[in-house]
Each structure stands twice: as structure tokens, then as C-alpha cells.
Write a protein that binds this ligand. Structure first.
Ligand code: SAM
Length: 321
């Protein structure tokens, strides 16, 4: 799909009012570019794989938005121009001139790809589908991944923690049946299969994740019966719960945020075999105590280990025999 990109060059201190005013008249997907570094508070709880080095902040910002080039945008453009004129009366937004350019999906959705290079997690070489295997690199297991718009290049600390736990526990449970809640790109399910799991059932709330899983299954030559992924919430959605099955899984992975993990602690045990392993991550260190408490309150689980990478935490627990 082609998009018309409109960019307003303005000042950092007025981007909030500009984007709020444009949002009020129906402009979606507003993008702000500036050189203001993210504060530690802002990055907490966000899944950011790579933080680029920024030049010095000179107070200049670009506010951009995209309109479908095939839609009739006449009325919306009139409203946008009127809104900018109105704003000029109250604050210094610059000259208010919108610079137009044309772009395609891939230009702005795929820009991050230049930062994604092959790397190891344990014995597994993870590489983007579009990169060559580096010369002279020796590896036991290869995962090729393109997350598309889903989460899961493998480079995030939380994903690494889960893969390392999968390596460890699949050694004691070869041919395990694995449930991957919040599968994203499917990277944990694919890692599990490459490490010897028999089959994976993945769930995600994001429909786009299923496309990514399918593409990554093909790139990694994984059969349709080995990895089944569904869109839906295994926490409380009976259809998804039934599809997953009960008393069945040897290993569950869930790399989601702490509040979701806490809900899973209350609900996921019904899907697991006794002695099954629950690998969790996505827990920022400030929430570690909350998740530990939820495990301690649970009659179903005992904690086996807690691991840290950067400010992220992984807790591995076992379903009581
Ligand atoms: C941090 S990503 C993890 C992706 C991948 N598993 C990894 O480890 O890199 C979390 C994923 O969980 C999904 N998610 C959030 N809440 C969920 C829920 N209740 N059930 C299923 N998926 C959920 C999000 O859409 C997102 O794709």
C-alpha cells in the first residue's frame, strides 16, 4: 500500500499539543521524531530492543502522519490545515507548512531491520531471514526469524532468558509438549522445537503475530502439525482453553508483562502436566516481588529459579506433583 507522508517541522515543546489536536480531528498513527533521549522511566515496561545513539537535542522536532494515498483525504486535509492555523495563534509551532512525500509500508515498518544482526543465545545462532550466516561461525542450532510487526527478534533480554531456560529444561524433558503464551513472532516455540520439543501450541492476542509465526515456521522448515498458533486469550477464553487442552503440557513459556504473568499463575496450571515447567519473563525488576508473591500464594507452583538480565527477570516454576 502507498502512503502519503506529511511532515511538520516544529519545536519539541509543542509536539504534544500538535499531536493531541491532530488526534482530536481523526489523524491516526502520528509519528514524532526528535533527539530527546528517553528517560529511564519512559523505557521501563517498554519492549525496546535497540536504543539508537542520538545527536544533540536542539529543540527541533518533526511531527509526521500518513494518509492512504488511495483514500479521499480532502476534508481531513482541510481540517488539518485549519487546526494548524488555529494552533499558530496560541503557540509557536513554526511556519505550519506540511511537507508531503510518498512512502510504502516497507519503508517505515522495516527501518529497524538494519539493527538486527545474527547473534547467539546459548548454543543457538539466531539470524534475521534476510542476513547470511556469518563466515567461520560454528553453531549447533539455527533459528531464522523475521518478526514482521510482531515482537520477538530474540535479542530482547526477556526472550534470551526464556530461550536459555528452554535449553536447560528441554534437556530433562525431550519431546515435550510446549504451550507458548504470547508467542509473538513464534521465536520461543521455534526454539523449543529446534531443541527437541514434540509440538508447540502458541497463543497471542495480536492477529498479526499469527502471520509472523506462519512465515517463521516456513523459514525454519517447521511442519503445520508441529506448531499450531491461535489468536485469543487463554486466560478465561473457554474456546482457546479447550483448543489448547488440559493436563497436557510439559513446558509453558510466557514472556509477557508482569500483570499478565500474575493472571497466568492463577489459571495456566490446568493445562499442564504434574511436574511441568512454567518459564516466565517480561517481568521488569520493580515487579519481581509481585510475581514471586503470586507464585508463593499459588498452591499449584513452586519456584525453581529466578534469573536476571539487565533490568529484566525470568522466574521458572514447577507444577507440584
Ligand atoms: C514480549 S512479547 C513476547 C514475544 C515472544 N514470545 C518473545 O519471547 O520474544 C509478548 C506478546 O504477548 C502478547 N500478549 C499479551 N497479553 C497476552 C495474553 N493474555 N495472551 C496471549 N498473548 C498475549 C502480545 O501481543 C505480544 O505478542
Amino acid at each position: 500500500m502507498k502512503w502519503e507522508k506529511y511532515t511538520l517541522i516544529t519545536k519539541t515543546d509543542v509536539v504534544d499539543i500538535i499531536s493531541a489536536s491532530l488526534g482530536d480531528i481523526g489523524v491516526e498513527g502520528i509519528e514524532i521524531e526528535d533527539n530527546v533521549p528517553l528517560s529511564p522511566e519512559e523505557t521501563k515496561g517498554m519492549f525496546i530492543d535497540f536504543l539508537p545513539e542520538l545527536p544533540e537535542d536542539e529543540g527541533i522536532a518533526k511531527v509526521s502522519f500518513y494518509l492512504d494515498s488511495e483514500a479521499d483525504n480532502t476534508k481531513l486535509m482541510e481540517d488539518i490545515k485549519a487546526t494548524l492555523e488555529e494552533l499558530k495563534e496560541f503557540c509557536d509551532i513554526g511556519d505550519g507548512v506540511l511537507i508531503k512525500s510518498e512512502t510504502e509500508d516497507k519503508n517505515w515498518i522495516n527501518n529497524w531491520k538494519q539493527y538486527f544482526k545474527p547473534f547467539f543465545v546459548g548454543d543457538i545462532l539466531i539470524k534475521p531471514t534476510w542476513e547470511e550466516i556469518p563466515e567461520d561461525v560454528k553453531y549447533k542450532t539455527l533459528i531464522q526469524i523475521d518478526p514482521g510487526t510482531a515482537f520477538g527478534t530474540g535479542a530482547h533480554e526477556t526472550t534470551k532468558l526464556c530461550i536459555l531456560a528452554l535449553e536447560k529444561y528441554l534437556r530433562t524433558k525431550p519431546e515435550a509438549k510446549v504451550l507458548d503464551v504470547g508467542t509473538g513472532s513464534g521465536i520461543l516455540g521455534i526454539a523449543a522445537l529446534k531443541l527437541g520439543a514434540e509440538c508447540v501450541f502458541g497463543t497471542d492476542l495480536d492477529e498479526m503475530a499469527l502471520d509472523a509465526v506462519m512465515e517463521n515456521m516456513i523459514s525454519n522448515e517447521i511442519g503445520m502439525t508441529e506448531f499450531v498458533a491461535v489468536c485469543g486469550n487463554i486466560i478465561g477464553d473457554k474456546d482457546v482453553m479447550d483448543l489448547a487442552g488440559y493436563e497436557k503440557f510439559d513446558i509453558v513459556t510466557a514472556n509477557i508483562l508482569a500483570p499478565v504473568i500474575i493472571e497466568l499463575i492463577k489459571t495456566v496450571a490446568v493445562h499442564m502436566r504434574k511436574g511441568g515447567i512454567f518459564i516466565t519473563s517480561g517481568i521488569i525488576d520493580t515487579k519481581e516481588a509481585d510475581v514471586v508473591l503470586a507464585f508463593k500464594k499459588s498452591e499449584d507452583f513452586e519456584i525453581l529459579e529466578i534469573n536476571h538480565l539487565g533490568e529484566w527477570v525470568s522466574i521458572v516454576a514447577k507444577k507440584r506433583e
